[in-house]
Write a protein that binds this ligand. Sequence first.
Ligand code: ZN
Length: 253
Amino acid sequence: MKSSGCGLRLFISAFCILLFVAGYFLYRSISQRGLSVPVTRFTRLREWFDDPAGHTDWAIRAGERCQEAAFVYPTNGYIGFIWGDSFRPGHRHQGLDIFGGEEAGLTPVVAAYSGYLHRLPEWKSSVIMRIPDDPLQPGRQIWLYYTHMANANGTSYISPEFPPGTEEVFVEAGTLLGYQGNYSGDPDNPTGVHLHFSIVRDDGQGSFRNELDIDNTLDPSPYFQLPLNSQTNRDVIPVCGNMQVQGLDEQDS
Ligand SMILES: [Zn+2]
């Protein structure tokens, strides 16, 4: 009796240790894959919303570019969430969320690079631009996706030059595409006012891949010369001049 009780206790202790170790490795693998959003991103976003004018040094400005970057900034505001941030297990953010800090319909959205604009007939808040020649990998075709350019009810803020069904209209970098909105598809549950921007891979047949999967998108960091990759940028404000920090992080890990 005594020895079997002791064996049971030993078994339970070993089981607890095993659970603890397994939990630790699960946690580590999850955080290493960037399946989380650092707390600093939420606290900074709240500070930005509370006082945009007090944090102008956190913001990018539409049409400007960082040093020799290929892309100009597509809008004004604070880049609150970056490529690879995860809001729920198994999902990683495929682009950038840029918060203008203004009401819906006011903050301009411009083309980050020259290309050919498409808007599917059913798109209320989105446009996508075909870039025949990726500036960082010549010969490769990529697509730039812009969304949330409508109000909560789906009234579009996209420039009237680009009505639903637009195809292959050439647009220069810096051209006004529309304004930031809060359209989510559910009028009772709008997003915060922002632009979601992503770089989407081509499907090899002249169209774009499904933007909702991060594997179909590209890290925007080198295109903007900003630290926009969640795996390497955990708490640096993504503004021009901070790229070096991400570079150092990459060498360390
Ligand atoms: Zn987004």
